[in-house]
Ligand binder design. Structure first.
Ligand SMILES: [Zn+2]
Length: 59
């Protein structure tokens, strides 16, 4: 049973990492300078690591 838990956690972690990457292939994206997670222009803080995000920079 413990093995199952470990696998589940590993899978969840993988998804957590891969999800934003999959979502963002190609088009313009802003990424958290700290953890690399993509974020929306209006966001002030990274939804993943909580770091304050740079503002503006519109292209
Ligand atoms: Zn972050």
């Amino acid at each position: 049973m413990e093995k199952l838990a470990v696998i589940a956690i590993a899978l969840a972690t993988l998804l957590w990492i891969a999800w934003p990457l999959m979502k963002v292939t190609g088009s313009e994206t802003r990424r958290c300078p700290s953890c690399g997670a993509p974020y929306k222009p209006g966001d002030k803080y990274c939804s993943r690591c909580g770091r304050k995000l740079p503002k503006g920079e519109q292209r």
